[in-house]
Each structure stands twice: as structure tokens, then as C-alpha cells.
Design a protein around this ligand. Sequence first.
Ligand code: IMP
Length: 426
Amino acid sequence: MSAVVVVGAQWGDEGKGKVVDLYAPYAHLVVRYAGGANAGHTLVVGGEKLILHLIPSGILHEETKCVVGQGTVIDPAVLLKEIRALGERGVSTLARLLISQRAHVVLPHHKLIDELREAKSDCAIGTTKRGIGPCYEDKVARRGIRMGDLLDGSRLGSNLEANLQAWRPVIKDLGGTLPDAELITAQYAELGDTLRGYIGDASAVVREAVESDQKILLEGAQGTMLDIDNGTYPFVTSSNAVAGGACAGAGVGPTHITRVIGIAKAYTTRVGGGPFPTELEDDTGQKLRDAGAEYGSTTGRPRRCGWLDLVALRYAVAVNGLDEIAITKLDVLSAVPELKVCIAYELDGQRLSHLPYEHIDAVTPIYDTLEGWDDELPSCRTRSELPIAAQRYLERIEKEVGCRIGLVSVGPDREDTADLRDPFYG
Ligand code: IMP
């Protein structure tokens, strides 16, 4: 039995899609455990780009089965679009893709409420407006609609009616119009019918995989610093993005998790509002944005860019229990002659090496400056082939956060990867 978690170690967009696609051939099953269509996992194969929002990033590997677990929230129309887009590329999903009947459904009014709230500046946090927050609110309030409900028209109708009643005053207060329950019921029952062959008891399949000693890759979404409990609250998403979320979100016991791999960019980015101590609002930040094509894969928003924050990464190592870090986008730093890494924060005259509970927006980063490199990296296949300055950069990260680096991504394509190893054996 072997289950490996792949988790975002920063504010999302770390390149989990590429890493999961590289690890998937070693796994029998890839299970996405949290989040929804707010995520955008980008795969580049032979120069061709594919963005997945809901379907696990292992789907391009025919031998690997993919599961969307109960911890996720699903917009069925987005899911269907993704299934069809894969079909057009010749990737068959039937009998290889299973959607948990327990996963909650993102409904039209979830997206409406998310948008209306974001439009009111006093409560905006810069969400993706994909209805994620309101959908998880329904789940916790125990009035949500689950994927399994889409398969039973009359249950769907009555549950939806009750659900809309609960939101009625909120939508009115936000100046919106309550959607028509019958119309949504008809639309979603039809979506359920189309998706019927994909919806089932995913956690039972995951349990069977555990019992029959299969290798399971658990794919996270967003990142540690966006986790509802561990992130920079309230500027977070609404699910447990951390490795611990994989247990509840996929239906795997903690004793079955054998390794946890954190994905971190060689610098830092963030989309949406919230504290970002190492943010660069200058030419260097723009250089990183341009070189790294740092524009949201879901919303197209320019990502905020900054130096690598080792205080935040140290925190991610601790709260996820990381065994290893995969560093992505190291090649992007070739554009910058002199590199800074944040090794501590200063707050009220005190040096902090750990993330404080509050006032993260008020800390001053303490940097060390490291030598950069000019060379292009995409042809490097092992760490020892990297320029010496790049090797030193990686060594410094390992030393500061107390966790070893495994895989290093040196370009967007699958091929542009150094030190790829079977994640189940380290
Ligand atoms: P929500 O998840 O759409 O509610 O957005 C909450 C916060 O999480 C916002 O700051 C979003 O920009 C951020 N966020 C959500 N999903 C992602 C992601 O996949 N990558 C990066 N940021 C994300």
C-alpha cells in the first residue's frame, strides 16, 4: 500500500499539474481531493498546452485511472466541457474517470453570489468567482446538492427548492435576482443524465485500491497558504488544500499516506488579495511575470510576483509534513541577475523565522542575496548539470527549510525536468 500526496506549498499555481502528469505513470490511481474549477492545472506536452480545472492531471496516461474525490466541489458544465475537450484530443475518459457521488455541486446561484460579493468592495477578497465559497458554505450548512443528487430528479428538485430558500435573503440583499428553481432542476438533471456513467462511489474505489496495494497519487489544488485553516485567513479559499485534506477529501486514512511532496515555485506568486510579504511591485516583479507567463490559468488575471519566501515555505514543510519538495520554474530566474530569498521577517523590531498568526501584511522581509546565472536551463536533466549558482540556490532552500529537493522543473514541457524519480520510492 502506497499513497503519495502532491500538495501546493505556496499560494497556488506552483505547477502541480505538470508534476502530477510526470508522476502519474507510476500510479494506478490519481485522486483530486479538494477545490473546484477555481484551479487551473496546466500540462504542456510536445509544446501543446492543456488546462484542467477539475479532472486530475493524470488523465493523459491511459493506464492510470482518475478520481475526483468527495472533498471537491464540481461545476458539472465545466466538467462536461473538460471531458469533451479531452475526447476531441483523442483522450478517452469513460471507464477511466470517476466522480464522487459525495462531491458537492456548484450551482448557478453560487457563482452569482460569489460575483455579487466580489463586486461589493467591502467584502471582496479577489476570488476566482467560480462559486467555490458559497458552494462550500452550503456543504457545511448541510443543505448542499451532491453529485449523486443529480441522478434523482425529484430529490434534486426538492433539495434545490430548500437550498434556494436559504439563499433568498442573501441574493436580495446583494441586489441579485433569485434564479428559477425549476429551470435549474431541469438543467442539472440533464447534466446529471449526461454524466451518469462517471458518477459513483469514489471513496469505495479508493478503499479498494488501498486494500489491493495499488499506488495512489493524491492531487491537491490551490496551496498551503490558501488553505482555509492554515492559510492567510480570510484571504484563502474555502477548502483544506493542505496534505491533511487528502485524507478526508479522498477517503484515505492518515496511516495510508506514505509520502508527502510539496510543490514550490523558485519564486513566489499570488493571485487575488491578501498579504504577500515578498511581493515586488517594480520592474523585477514585472520581469518575473513576463518570463514566467504569470497570468491566471483560470481567470487570466496578472499574478502578483515576488522573491522566494522561505518563511512561508518553512511553514508549508511543517504543516504538510513534507518529505520532499519539487521546485518548479527554476528557468524563469535565469532572467534575473541577482536573486534574493527571504529567510526571516521583522515585525515590531523582532526577527521572526516562523509565520505569525496576524500582521503578515505588516512584516518586513529579511533577505539574503544570492548570485544568479545566465544560462538557459531546459536541457538540464540532473541537478548536477545545472549552473553552479542554480545548484547553490537549491542548496540554500534545502538548508533554510530543512527539507530535501527532489524533482526540479526547468521549463514548461514534460521533458524539461531534472531528477524525475518514482515518487512512490523517493
Ligand atoms: P476562491 O477559491 O475562488 O474562492 O478564491 C479565494 C482565493 O484563492 C483568491 O485569492 C483566489 O485568487 C485564490 N485561488 C483560488 N484558486 C486558486 C488557484 O488555483 N491558484 C491560485 N489562487 C487561487
